[in-house]
Design a protein around this ligand. Structure first.
Ligand SMILES: [Zn+2]
Length: 238
């Protein structure tokens, strides 16, 4: 069942196609970016982060000093390092190497069923789903593993799905300058299944179509038929 409601999505619908180019939100190593993240230099220390976890344990009603919880703050911060590794990688760098020897290949390139794990910026619980990333090359292509890494770079941050969809599409559009870009994300939001309205089995579908995918209905139909079977399959491990 695919429905669109609830948390961790923007308020005004999701399957909206937009044009124009948002500024690319790159790595956050040295600067404050568009989404308001502080520069890395302002990060709290490891000890401060672990103390914050102890505070949350106490707040939940348990004793952070009991044996089973003693190592938990360290484990949680290590998990967070993994969950939010996207802040330390730069999408522009990932896409920096492109190839122009494509022997005249000018049909669409589609990498589908890219599993991703992201985290809703409202509740900090997982958003798990898959991405389909397509573009219509104009002379240049990028290695396919880079498309998967691009998805991960934006997924491994605090996100809403709509924003992530736009970020992936615009990064690809900016670097490759292809004839078109199409990005479709479908994901289950644990803030909807494990809390709040408690609706497991729902998935949120978002898309961004640029260039030929936006302007040419037959190109868009071709993309949708290529990924069509995926969108009816259950989401992985949700
Ligand atoms: Zn949420």
């Amino acid at each position: 069942m695919a429905i669109q409601l609830g948390c961790c999505s923007a308020e005004h619908g999701s399957r909206r196609e937009t044009s124009g180019h948002a500024r690319i939100q790159g790595g956050l190593v040295n600067k404050r970016d568009d989404i308001g993240n502080p520069p890395v230099s302002a990060r709290p220390s490891q000890a401060e982060a672990e103390e914050a976890v102890r505070t949350l344990i106490r707040w939940a009603g348990d004793d952070p000093l009991r044996e089973g919880l003693l190592q938990t703050p360290g484990r949680v911060t290590r998990a967070y390092t993994e969950f939010f590794s996207g802040y330390l990688s730069d999408p522009m760098e990932i896409l920096a190497t492109t190839f122009s020897e494509v022997d005249g290949y000018d049909e669409m390139v589609v990498l589908k069923d890219i599993r991703f794990e992201s985290y809703c910026e409202h509740h900090m619980v997982p958003i798990i789903g898959r991405a389909h990333v397509a573009y219509l090359p104009e002379h240049r292509v990028v290695g396919i593993s880079k498309l998967a890494r691009l998805v991960d770079t934006y997924a491994k941050r605090l996100q809403i799905q709509e924003k992530m969809t736009v970020q992936i599409a615009d990064a690809l559009d900016t670097v490759l300058q292809p004839k078109g870009v199409g990005v479709i994300l479908e994901a289950a939001h644990q803030c909807m299944s494990t809390r709040g309205v408690h609706k497991p089995g729902t998935s949120l579908v978002t898309s961004r179509m640029l260039g030929a995918f936006r302007e040419d209905p037959s190109t868009r139909r071709e993309l949708l038929s290529i990924i069509g079977n995926s969108t009816t399959a259950p989401l992985p491990n949700t």
